[in-house]
Write a new protein. Structure first.
Length: 418
């Protein structure tokens, strides 16, 4: 099998338009196939939070029946206007845990921006704003999403009309607020999702400027699966008396079975082909460590006869949006991506993640494989390991307190197929 580096990159955005060998199967909705980080609740109902009737209608129409553990913990605390520091695994209902109280607190008789939800990536911002609109559709709440790479003029025109909740990437909202186009002076609730990414050194000064433009008596709620030193330092400085929620004890990788396959670089594509033929894949995400390798691998997978798209940070935003939307709607079974796609992307039918290139650190590993096992469903992570990756593999196991086992000849379907 030829090495991936020898392939020419494709010129098209969507790599291949092959058809499925069978239809996509819906992820199991039965609790028998869910993990404890979603099912191990205190037995509360959404009605217990004394939410507006219109909000409850949106919650139930969205398909939520009972609060997940992070929702049980976070919703009442955020409603008390307290600062919150919440650790929870991606895919456990974290987004709704802050959207629900934000919607409840929004006063639609006012025309001001009352909630600012800061998101590190454009794709996640679009997804989050869509969930705000779905859950709040009976409330008359006006939600706007604004990210870099889109028309500033369109955003300015939109802000002539009332906006109650704004979902934004940091650079764009600072641009709008500093130009006096977006008035944050009445914004009293600031949500930071994927806080570890938002508070990386290059973002932190921007975040501090944005907070300075908000109402003096604001609350800040940080949500993330990991809290490195940068987040802890920011909290000491800017998030006083934060209520801590930590649902990550022994839950970090629950429900995701992890294997490694020891291969030479030139064997990787052949190994991937074998996995495709042997596994029962609803949808898979395949990670590479560089943009160039993403495109090359997508082309190779297409040549093998599989339907495959790719997405990475150097693509035009409109093309990224199209690929993400089509993958989410089941237009292709496989998606090859760089680490752009590790943050909070919620596609429940993804049951297999493959690290074609092993990640450089344990936090990236955690976010990558968290793309499977969404909202408590089971998932499978397969890592293609070369001789040079062996130390990184052991370090990830030690730092995350997990075990990555050698891949068996046959993988039990009950580990990852609901």
């Amino acid at each position: 099998m030829a090495s991936i580096e020898k392939q020419a990159p494709p010129s098209n955005i969507v790599a291949g338009t092959g058809t499925y060998r069978d239809g996509l199967t819906e992820p199991a909705k039965d609790n028998r196939y869910k993990t404890e980080d979603v099912t191990d609740t205190k037995g509360r109902d959404f009605e217990d939070f004394f939410l507006k009737r219109e909000l409850l209608m949106g919650i139930f129409e969205k398909g939520f029946e009972k609060p997940s553990p992070i929702q049980e913990e976070a919703v009442p605390i955020i409603l008390q206007n307290r600062n919150v520091l919440a650790r929870a695994k991606n895919g456990t209902g974290k987004t709704a845990a802050y959207i629900i109280p934000c919607l409840e607190k929004t006063d639609t008789t006012l025309k001001s921006i009352q909630v600012l939800i800061l998101i590190p990536t454009r794709e996640l911002a679009l997804q989050t704003s869509a969930i705000v609109k779905e859950i709040g559709k009976h409330m008359g709440v006006q939600c706007m999403v604004t990210t870099g790479g889109t028309s500033l003029k369109d955003d300015i025109m939109r802000l002539y009309n009332p906006v109650h909740i704004i979902v934004a990437t940091p650079g764009r909202i600072l641009d709008l607020a500093s130009k006096k186009v977006a008035d944050l002076s009445q914004c009293q609730t600031i949500i930071m999702d994927e806080a570890d990414k938002l508070l990386s050194p290059e973002f932190q000064p921007v975040l501090e400027q944005i907070i300075g433009l908000c109402h003096e008596e604001h609350q800040i709620c940080l949500f993330s699966a990991t809290f490195p030193v940068t987040v802890k330092n920011f909290c000491k400085k800017s998030v006083p008396n934060a209520y801590s929620i930590n649902l990550m004890d022994e839950l970090t990788l629950r429900g995701i079975t992890q294997f490694y396959a020891y291969v030479e670089e030139r064997q990787k594509v052949h190994c991937l082909n074998t996995l495709f033929s042997k596994l029962e894949i609803n949808q898979s995400i395949i990670f590479c460590n560089s943009v160039n390798r993403v495109e090359l691998l997508a082309k190779k997978i297409t040549e093998l006869g599989y339907s495959c798209y790719y997405i990475h940070a150097k693509m035009q935003q409109a093309n990224r949006n199209r690929v993400f939307h089509e993958f989410r709607n089941g237009a292709t079974r496989h998606l090859v991506t760089s680490d752009l796609f590790t943050r909070g992307i919620d596609i429940q039918s993804v049951n297999v993640v493959i690290n074609f290139d092993f990640p450089k650190n344990s936090e990236t590993y955690l976010h990558r494989i968290g793309r499977s096992g969404r909202f408590g469903h089971l998932g499978l992570a397969v890592n293609l390991i070369t001789y040079d990756d062996r130390h990184s593999l052991r370090r990830v196991e030690q730092e995350l307190g997990t075990e990555i086992r050698a891949i068996p000849p046959v993988i039990d379907r009950s580990l990852y197929v609901g």
